[in-house]
Design a protein around this ligand. Sequence first.
Ligand SMILES: C[S@@+](CC[C@H](N)C(=O)[O-])C[C@H]1O[C@@H](n2cnc3c(N)ncnc32)[C@H](O)[C@@H]1O
Length: 299
Amino acid sequence: MYHNPVMLQECIEGLQINPNGIYVDVTFGGGGHSKLILEGLQEGHLYAFDQDSDAKRNIPEDSRFTLIHENFRFLKNFLRLQGVKKIDGLLADLGVSSHQFDTAERGFSTRFDGPIDGRMDQRGNITGSQILNSYDLQELTNMFRLYGELKNAYKISQHIVNTREDNPFDSIQNLKNSLLPLAPKFRENKFYAQVFQALRIEVNQELEALKEMLVQSEQIMNPKGRLVILSYHSLEDRIAKNFIKTGNVHGELHKDFYGKIQNPWLAINRKPIMATEEEIETNSRARSARLRIAEKTDE
Ligand SMILES: C[S@@+](CC[C@H](N)C(=O)[O-])C[C@H]1O[C@@H](n2cnc3c(N)ncnc32)[C@H](O)[C@@H]1O
């Protein structure tokens, strides 16, 4: 299976689909969410984005569907190219697909040996190994601290900088062996997962893309349109939460002349919706999922 979709029903309910509306699934992947959106449409249309060319193999045969093989950080421009200026709902199921994670040569998972790649878009020009072999000490430290939430980010980075001249990092196994002395005893796998999460977020500029997409979603969303964001780690969830709460990605409250808070979004759920225990039992990826839904106000 390409990908087992998370919180399908909850996402579809969150979108409150208007059968004749224009919808965007910015993270098409295996098309699990898109399939259900299409079921809710009559005359409407679904545009989907995915920067991974492998996702093209999942395109449904449906004249109401268009796949845009691009990064969703260019949401507004690529929709405009399709003649779309306004939308009625947007779904983002962030992060990597199981297909990307389970394919050794894509270099996302520490379960296999292979290249340290981590690009969702195969056309991208920077890989995980290039980052390890070229970033300076400060850049590596920031990356591991912020994106991997690693306590010994500085030590890891120092080790990488000292090692790479003689032994450039070119394979997952070689990186794991080299970092083993810095991994906490009995928690090696979690440590490697954090290292790889940091690399993946940096390679794909995931947080920047998310912020840019959210800002554009507000500009093109029709009143009463729904924004549905499914995230898998606290960094993404914080961005989604702040954006819904304040209408901007900095999380700053803006007030008008009379002191009334200006925010184009109404949060449908104050706390993130979590997957049920039944779903987590059959799909372990659902465990860390957090769903936030907002409605565009009329203002
Ligand atoms: C978690 S999967 C989505 C799975 C999908 N909802 C399903 O039901 O199969 C995330 C997908 O979004 C894509 N993606 C992540 N960030 C992206 C971005 N900035 N632009 C375009 N696609 C992106 C990934 O390539 C991946 O295929």
